[in-house]
Design a protein around this ligand. Structure first.
Ligand code: CUA
Length: 174
């Protein structure tokens, strides 16, 4: 069967482009481990507050010293809407929605996830400096979307309990 030269060139060209795309996906998947930032964990969105994982949302310090923040998103609030977390320690956020899809973005950081009803979104973030961060919903979720916000307050590290007295050395001339 005779295939015109130009037709053959375009067919090989199209095949080459597809091959380049597949290689790019392969590299990002296996070499750079690029993947959705969460795991897959499901939950009944109609029974979030009855679920042991979310019935007492808030901040928990686990036995290994890591910190977990459990939060529920709903129209149009985060529950709780203000949390205190320590500086310099990994903080794992676990968030779910009891109604529609929301967003959870910690302003000034790259911590950002969708919050989809039926699923638990989870990511871990370490805050490098103390301070206050606004939390915003960045998925349009209804008439009150723009009012849906919260706050993450990063507390400064506590002074070590056994710190030596810091009296100035006597007799040092300056
Ligand atoms: Cu919740 Cu927008």
């Amino acid at each position: 069967m005779n295939v015109d030269l130009y037709e053959r060139l375009w067919m090989w060209g199209a095949a080459a482009i597809v091959a380049v795309f597949l290689v790019a996906i392969g590299i990002s998947t296996f070499a750079y481990a690029v993947r959705p930032p969460s795991h897959v964990e499901t939950i009944d969105p109609a029974a979030v507050m009855q679920d042991a994982r979310f019935s007492t949302p808030g901040v928990t310090t686990l036995s290994d010293g890591s910190v977990r923040v459990t939060m529920v998103a709903l129209t149009f609030a985060f529950l709780p809407n203000e949390v205190h977390v320590p500086v310099g320690k990994p903080v794992t956020f676990r968030i779910t929605s009891m109604d529609v899809t929301h967003g959870f973005e910690i302003a000034g950081t790259n911590a950002n996830t969708m919050v989809v009803p039926g699923y638990v979104s989870q990511f871990t973030y370490t805050f490098a400096a103390p301070g206050e961060h606004l939390v915003v919903c960045n998925e349009y979720c209804g008439t009150g979307h723009h009012t849906m916000q919260g706050k993450v307050i990063v507390d400064p590290a506590a002074a070590p309990a056994t710190a030596p007295p810091s009296a100035p050395a006597a007799g040092v001339a300056r």
